[in-house]
Ligand binder design. Structure first.
Ligand SMILES: Nc1ncnc2c1ncn2[C@@H]1O[C@H](COP(=O)(O)OP(=O)(O)OP(=O)(O)O)[C@@H](O)[C@H]1O
Ligand SMILES: [Mg+2]
Length: 318
């Protein structure tokens, strides 16, 4: 692969550097796969994905597209998939600024005036036979997508003037996510199956919440799910609202301004949801006063700061 490979590490990242075609080459690192707490949705999403990526009877993996609303769990399921398959995951998040260089790799100037080459996540996944995830693929300009056409063909080639035209390792897997239809028809035709992801059931959402808020007691989940029973609930929204309510209530409880009662818990859930305007106004003014406590010559600001930074966790009521 290279004349010499060394690993270059900083506090934030670690990537391999090699000499390739005479160019100092920086290899895009795989993603770190965090502790996921993944809760399997009832429709067997992971199983569908694993079937599409499998090599049953020597058949090649499909190029899978997950399509679904924001916050429904499209990105996290790819991390889970890589974890189950035990393969590295290379990730590219699409945005309006994503360019062909993000797919092909880019020449980069060095401090000594020479040029180096930074490989792309796609290139590394193809070379190492890993899982490549193109997240939010619908957000990128159509013209930036053209290098993908040959990658998504059966021969799986990436045409790059710097690294030649490498063919993918046979274990390479291509996956993508989108909120909307992919507008480029040629790319769209090469992505199959399209697996629709919807918001998980309320039961799965509750499991997700329980796995996030391990110190909260039963009342929190019962009240939250009841309060949201008629809402369409994305896991992201549910996590954000419930954890915000829980933090506000915990801080208020430790200040002695809230009780661990159903009505007080419900009050904070409603504030976090924005469904209780009056409470929201009161809460905002209290938080403002407390946050800027030092300037209003009381010590509440300092106390709130220690709560916010987690120093008071042992006083937990739950
Ligand atoms: N099945 C699940 N198990 C555990 N957590 C989940 C699950 N589904 C979603 N989540 C959590 O919900 C949040 C949103 O999930 P994710 O980022 O995967 O959504 P998304 O569909 O990719 O959203 P977007 O379209 O905005 O990118 C994340 O915090 C994720 O960890
Ligand atoms: Mg996502």
């Amino acid at each position: 692969m290279s004349e010499a490979t060394i690993t270059h590490s900083t506090d934030y990242a670690s990537w391999k550097v090699s000499i390739r075609n005479g160019l100092k080459t920086f290899h895009h690192p795989p993603e770190h796969i965090p502790d996921l707490n993944y809760q399997e949705p009832d429709d067997g999403l992971t199983e569908k994905i694993l079937s599409a990526l499998s090599r049953v009877d020597g058949l090649p993996p499909h190029n899978v597209l997950l399509k679904g609303p924001r916050g429904s769990g499209k990105t996290i399921v790819w991390y889970r998939t890589a974890q189950i398959l035990g393969v590295p995951l290379y990730y590219l998040g699409g945005s309006y600024g994503t360019s062909r260089g993000d797919l092909l790799g880019e020449v980069c100037p060095q401090q000594d005036g020479s040029f180096g080459f930074a490989t792309s996540a796609l290139f590394e996944a193809m070379e190492n036979g890993a899982l490549f995830v193109f997240d939010d693929m619908d957000k990128i300009p159509e013209s930036s997508l053209t290098p993908l056409l040959s990658v998504l063909n059966e021969n799986r080639v990436l045409h790059s003037s710097y690294v030649g035209s490498p063919c993918a390792n046979e274990n390479f897997m291509f996956c993508a996510t989108a909120n909307r239809e992919i507008s480029n028809a040629e790319i769209r035709d090469r992505l199959s199956p399209v697996i629709n992801v919807s918001y998980p059931s309320k039961a799965t959402t509750e499991k997700i919440l329980r796995s996030r808020l391990t110190k909260a007691d039963e009342k929190w989940f019962k009240l939250f799910m009841h309060e949201c029973k008629s809402d369409k609930l994305s896991p992201r929204y549910a996590i954000q609202v419930l954890t915000f309510a829980y933090k506000m209530h915990t801080i208020a409880y430790q200040k002695g301004t809230a009780k661990n009662t159903e009505s007080d818990i419900l009050k904070y859930i409603r504030i976090a949801k924005g469904s209780d305007k009056k409470d929201q106004e009161e809460q905002n003014s209290t938080i403002q006063k407390k946050t800027y406590g030092k300037t209003t010559k009381d010590t509440d600001g300092l106390e709130i700061f220690s709560l916010l930074s987690g120093q008071e966790q042992d006083k937990s009521k739950h």
